[in-house]
Design a protein around this ligand. Structure first.
Ligand SMILES: Cc1cc2nc3c(=O)[nH]c(=O)nc-3n(C[C@H](O)[C@H](O)[C@H](O)COP(=O)(O)OP(=O)(O)OC[C@H]3O[C@@H](n4cnc5c(N)ncnc54)[C@H](O)[C@@H]3O)c2cc1C
Length: 373
């Protein structure tokens, strides 16, 4: 919960909790099994107004700050992590348009951002960890730019209408442009068959001679690395929040089960081995929560938050996988069954050791920040 904890924030979180309990949590297992959101699910989510939570009021948004935005995803993820990750991909993209877009671009795109989904596209078949390895290009022709290239593994790919795309504007220069699925030359490729977060569409986008003007450039030519890093930082706070929600879900399943299940004539709650597992899940959940909230508070205060955001996701993703493993062991045979949700929570959490920068890259970023102190 935000440290400000205003009446508007309380009301919002109550709405999110009601919505999650009514419309999201009951579908959690079905979303995983179907590998998609059910018909009408995204329409209902759009109608909640959650898509515009962080948008400034001038663009029709509710203008909630980073702590509240992250906490909303934390609460949604208690019901279904995919839903929260769809919003994570949307929010981090809006953030970059707010930070780096021209006034004309903001005016053109942001009033619709509480109705349309946005996505941020960097990864290509040649690799995600090394942005300089991409081959998509934007080439100057007369007074406009021509964009060509394919992106893969894009969160909300196929669902989103608006895409920020990292391209080369010179052999050693990265820049970010904004394209729209309605532009001639834009098309979708395959959807990834990922093992976790199976509701969130993650897919390929293809750009064949898309023509845009200068207003579609974010920041300046050559700002691509900076904007990509900024998108990662913003995303990692939100993923820390999602991972906290996953661990809250894991903890609830484990404790509910331990209260009911007997080992001999004693409930599992009386076994010290259960205490260790439940305590470890609770500590992992709480440390991740503190990390994402700390990063969000620094962001809200206008202070650097890159290292703290990396910690929230690096720690949280490993913690949620380990917590899921402990929860699975408490449920034992049932935990290993696809009829119970623990196994898909582990698969969901595992995605976040890769998406928005791998844990290896984040450890490098954290260590580099420490060496500089
Ligand atoms: C669920 C999900 C959602 C995603 N959503 C998006 C999205 O919205 N937008 C987008 O652009 N991409 C997205 N991705 C792609 C993701 O960003 C990449 O998978 C990730 O950056 C790693 O790239 P790669 O898979 O090509 O692995 P590689 O870069 O090939 O890395 C392979 C291995 O080498 C290690 N490695 C590579 N370079 C280094 C280094 N310098 N230091 C230390 N270790 C290194 C990596 O950690 C990894 O273990 C998503 C991926 C997933 C799983």
């Amino acid at each position: 919960m935000s440290t400000r904890n205003t009446a508007a924030e309380k009301l919002l979180l109550q709405m999110v909790d009601d919505y999650t309990a009514r419309e999201v949590a009951p579908l959690d297992m079905a979303i995983d099994h179907a590998q998609d959101y059910p018909e009408g699910f995204m329409k209902k989510l759009t109608e909640t107004g959650f898509l515009g939570l962080m948008l400034p009021q001038e663009f029709g948004g509710a203008e909630f700050g980073p702590e509240v935005t992250a906490t909303v995803l934390n609460h949604l993820a208690r019901g279904n992590a995919s839903t929260a990750v769809t919003l994570e991909g949307h929010f981090k993209t809006i953030d970059q348009i707010l930070k780096f877009g021209t006034p004309a671009l903001k005016q053109a795109l942001l009033p619709s951002a509480n109705q349309r989904i946005f996505a941020f596209s960097m990864t290509e078949a040649s690799g995600g960890s090394n942005p300089m390895g991409i081959s998509s290009t934007a080439t100057r022709e007369g007074d406009h730019w021509v964009i060509n290239g394919d992106k893969i593994m894009i969160t909300n790919g196929g669902l989103a209408q608006v895409y920020c795309v990292l391209v080369k504007t010179a052999p050693d220069q990265l820049s970010v442009f904004v394209v729209d699925q309605d532009m001639p030359g834009f098309s979708f490729g395959k959807r990834e068959d990922f093992i976790g977060l199976r509701g969130t569409p993650v897919g390929e986008i293809m750009m064949d001679h898309i023509i845009v003007d200068d207003d579609h450039l974010l920041g300046h030519l050559g700002d691509g690395g900076l904007i990509g890093d900024s998108a990662h930082d913003d995303a990692r706070i939100l993923m820390g929040a999602v991972l906290t929600g996953i661990m809250e879900h894991e903890l609830k399943i484990a404790t509910d089960y331990a209260k009911e299940r007997k080992a001999g004539d004693k409930p599992l709650t009386e076994l010290q081995v259960t205490h260790r597992k439940v305590a470890d899940i609770a500590m992992r959940k709480e440390t991740t929560k503190l990390l994402y909230q700390r990063a969000a508070q620094l962001k809200a205060a206008g202070q650097p938050y890159s290292e703290e955001a990396a910690m929230a996701k690096a720690h949280g993703s490993r913690a949620a996988v380990a917590a899921g493993d402990d929860a699975l062991q408490i449920l034992a045979g049932y935990g290993y069954s696809r009829e119970y949700p623990v196994e898909h929570l582990i698969r969901d959490a595992r995605a976040m050791e890769i998406a928005e920068g791998t844990v290896e890259k984040m450890r490098s970023a954290i260590a580099t920040a420490e060496f500089q102190k």
